[in-house]
Design a protein around this ligand. Structure first.
Ligand code: SF4
Length: 122
């Protein structure tokens, strides 16, 4: 079998063809650099994504706090991660990089705050 992956690691957007058989990659063609080769193989073998969303925040000037996973999670876990975060509420103040949820959806990946958020009124 063969999959074509458009590399998003740089604006060149190489179309990388990854052939595989029985779970093993047999050939990779069309990449412009090794970074893109690695990306394409990862996309075919075990695609992963950083999940960015928001959670509810109390005692802050805004109602939502932007958060993201500290590392990419398997693509097939993205929906579960978003669902796990839907009911999360935090209280200001929050520091950028602070862990909001540990081991989200059993992925061994933490969810962290994307920004500082002071409590309302300073
Ligand atoms: S393979 Fe390399 S050159 Fe091509 S798009 Fe990806 S990063 Fe850019």
């Amino acid at each position: 079998m063969q999959s074509e992956v458009i590399c998003v690691r740089c604006p060149k957007g190489c179309k990388v063809k990854v052939a595989f058989e029985g779970g093993s990659v047999t050939s990779v063609e069309g990449y412009g650099c090794l970074l893109g080769r690695e990306y394409a193989v990862q996309e075919v073998v075990n695609p992963q994504r950083i999940v960015s969303t928001t959670v509810r925040v109390l005692k802050a000037p805004y109602q939502r706090l932007p958060v993201r996973t500290s590392r990419p999670v398997p693509k097939d876990k993205v929906r579960e991660v978003v669902k796990a975060l839907a009911g999360v509420t935090v209280e200001a103040p929050v520091k950028r990089g602070e862990v909001i949820v540990k081991n989200v959806a059993g992925t061994s990946v933490d969810v962290i705050a994307e920004r500082d958020l002071e409590s309302e009124g300073g």
